[in-house]
Every structure is written in structure tokens, then in C-alpha cells.
Design a protein around this ligand. Structure first.
Ligand SMILES: [Zn+2]
Length: 228
């Protein structure tokens, strides 16, 4: 025996936006629809009185879970991967630019790290081209700007640029991931001998931009293994 519901509230959804997001429910990059709804009182399935609007709500197209629109602010894994690769590239070049660019072991350390983090085709030649551009820039006195004269001067990546690359990544990485980025930078700095002042300055910026407390930065840099 089935009973017909005489009265109820039905919601008619309208999709106002769609795109890709990271679904926390089914755990991956998925398509979403952002929907707003209009509620109506229905009697015998006939819509009658408006009962206001609802939403907006984000709906995963795979598992159909509903989320607050704030869920769309989280980067997708694809976006995170891209942020991470940019960060690795910026840290490696900044540290090399601060010291050790002329050292084969330092360049090898940088190339090895870049290859392991998504720059599969990175080779020493590419790195040398970038570093040669840096040297040419430095060799021209008129190009020596205040920025390049600063302790963290790298030519390729200023402190502001380095921070701009690292800051969006910081909130999405566990402390181990953030510390790992700093330590890889430290290993490149140490590949050609003890830290130089300019290398330490760059690494301090890296740590700060990644929201690693200053005392932890000091501890990590002191503990980083010297490759010789
Ligand atoms: Zn889902």
C-alpha cells in the first residue's frame, strides 16, 4: 500500500556555475555544479507557494555530495602539483643563483631534485642556459639593480617573486612537506661546501614564505646533510 504525500516542500535547483574541484567525499579531482534552489510548497505535487531560496551549494558530479561553496576554494590535486613544481623550480634556482652556480655538484643536486619533481626533461644544459642568462645579467653593471644587490639577490628570482610562488602552496602542505622543500634547498646550498651568507638569506626567505618558524628553520638548516 503506497501513500501519496499530500503536501511537502520541493526544491528546484538551477546550476549557476560548473568546474573542477577536489571532492573531499570521494577524494579526487571531480566536476562540480554550483546550484541555487527555489523552494516551493507543493500539494499533490503541484507547486504552490514559494518558500524562499536555498544554497548556493556545490554538488560533486561523481558522488553527488553537497558542500558549502567554500569547498571550491581548495586547489585540485592538479593545481597543487603545479604549485609544487613551481615551488621546486623557484627554490632550486634561487639557491643556485645565490651561490654554487659554478659548481658541478651543486648543479647536479638541483637537476636531480627537479627531475624527481616533475621536470623529467630537466638537464644540466637547460640549467646552464638559465644560469648563463643570470651571469650575463650580473655582468652588465647597468643591470645591477637594488634588488640584485640585496643579500638574497638571485637575479632569476627576487625575494618577492620567490614568496609569490611559495605562499599559495604553504597552507596546503603538511609541515613535513614544507620542511622537505627547505631541506632540498639546503642540500643544493651545501653541495659545494658550507652555506654562504647569500644562500642562508635565500633559505630564510624560503622558510618564512612556507610558514616554518624561524627556530625550526635554523634547526633544519643546521641538521641538513652536507654532500661531499
Ligand atoms: Zn565526490
Amino acid at each position: 500500500m503506497s501513500r501519496v504525500r499530500v503536501a511537502g516542500v520541493r526544491t528546484a535547483w538551477t546550476t549557476v556555475e560548473d568546474g573542477e574541484f577536489f571532492c573531499p567525499a570521494c577524494g579526487g579531482d571531480r566536476n562540480y555544479e554550483l546550484r541555487t534552489g527555489r523552494r516551493r510548497l507543493t500539494v499533490l505535487r503541484v507547486p504552490l507557494l514559494p518558500r524562499g531560496t536555498t544554497g548556493p551549494t556545490a554538488v560533486c558530479s561523481s558522488c553527488e555530495s553537497h558542500f558549502e561553496p567554500s569547498a571550491l576554494q581548495q586547489p585540485t590535486t592538479t593545481q597543487l602539483g603545479s604549485l609544487l613544481r613551481d615551488a621546486v623550480h623557484a627554490v632550486a634556482l634561487s639557491v643556485l643563483g645565490a651561490g654554487g652556480a659554478g659548481s658541478r655538484t651543486a648543479r647536479d643536486a638541483a637537476v636531480g631534485w627537479l627531475r624527481n619533481t616533475g621536470f623529467a626533461s630537466c638537464d644540466e644544459e637547460q640549467l646552464l642556459i638559465l644560469l648563463a642568462a643570470l651571469d650575463a645579467d650580473r655582468a652588465e653593471p647597468e643591470h645591477i639593480t637594488e634588488r640584485q644587490a640585496a643579500p638574497y639577490a638571485t637575479g632569476l628570482t627576487s625575494e618577492r617573486e620567490l614568496r609569490a610562488v611559495l605562499a599559495p602552496l604553504a597552507p596546503h602542505l603538511e609541515s613535513g612537506g614544507r620542511e622537505g622543500l627547505l631541506l632540498e634547498g639546503a642540500c643544493i646550498a651545501l653541495a659545494d661546501g658550507p652555506y654562504e651568507a647569500a644562500e642562508l638569506a635565500v633559505l630564510a626567505v624560503v622558510g618564512d614564505a612556507l610558514r616554518i618558524p624561524a627556530e625550526d628553520v635554523d634547526r633544519l638548516l643546521a641538521a641538513a646533510p652536507e654532500r661531499s
